[in-house]
Write a protein that binds this ligand. Structure first.
Ligand SMILES: [Cu+2]
Length: 223
């Protein structure tokens, strides 16, 4: 089941891409079987083609994995058991708050990718979807600081949120947190302007730092 790799200068990137895709396909496929084998084979072929493209352009050398199918994305989102906790608008921006179980994610830190696994006691992955209030378009390159406060006013979690992508949920800002017990909480947000270029028609949008609060009910007990 090893995809053929080239022996030219592009072979390392190609091999990495193939390996990454096989790992991904293995995760998606779950338990074995003839159908799963077919999917692994197909993914490997796609990744090889992508890897060549990257090598030709002299890109960063990051392996290019095959894009997951719509069905895979939906299946992943479903197994993540995402739930909407609430939403708020702040001027020209809308922020939605979703939660899933604490999850493993990888973020660029200090020029390389670093994997964060849920730490002991972390029982939620909070996700903030930041978008334009009118068009609903997601806004990247913003800074979001989140503070979660319980009903007594005690801060149970606080910190800057990592920008990240997830299958079936798209671009969001988030982190794993510990929410100690079922009850009422408030997510207090400070949202900076997206530091991204704009065409003239949106040059005056999202230029300020805004604050928002999203009250939510947490029903799970800590695990
Ligand atoms: Cu996330």
């Amino acid at each position: 089941m090893t995809p053929r790799t080239r022996t030219s200068s592009g072979s390392r990137a190609t091999a990495l891409a193939a390996a990454a895709t096989l790992a991904l396909a293995g995760v998606l496929a779950g338990c074995g079987g003839g159908e799963d084998d077919a999917r692994v084979s197909a993914s490997g072929t796609t990744a090889t083609a992508h890897g060549d493209g990257h090598a030709d352009h002299g890109a960063t050398g990051e392996p290019a994995a095959a894009a997951p199918s719509k069905a895979d994305q939906q299946a992943h989102a479903a197994t993540m058991q995402m739930r909407r906790l609430g939403s708020a608008t702040a001027g020209d921006r809308k922020i939605e708050l979703d939660a899933s179980d604490a999850t493993t994610f990888t973020v660029p830190e200090g020029g390389r990718f670093v994997t964060h696994r849920p730490r002991k006691g972390e029982n939620a992955h909070l996700m903030l979807m930041l978008s334009d209030v009118e068009t609903g378009e997601r806004l990247p390159d913003a800074t979001i600081t989140l503070r979660v406060v319980d009903a007594a006013g005690k801060v149970v979690s606080s910190g800057p949120q990592y920008p990240m992508f997830g299958m079936g949920m798209g671009m969001h800002y988030g982190d794993n947190v510990t929410i100690p017990k079922a009850g009422r909480y408030v997510a207090q947000l400070v949202v900076g302007p997206p530091m991204i270029g704009r065409h003239g028609d949106v040059a005056q949008r999202w230029t300020t730092t805004v604050r928002a609060e999203i009250p939510f009910t947490w029903e799970d007990a800590a695990r």
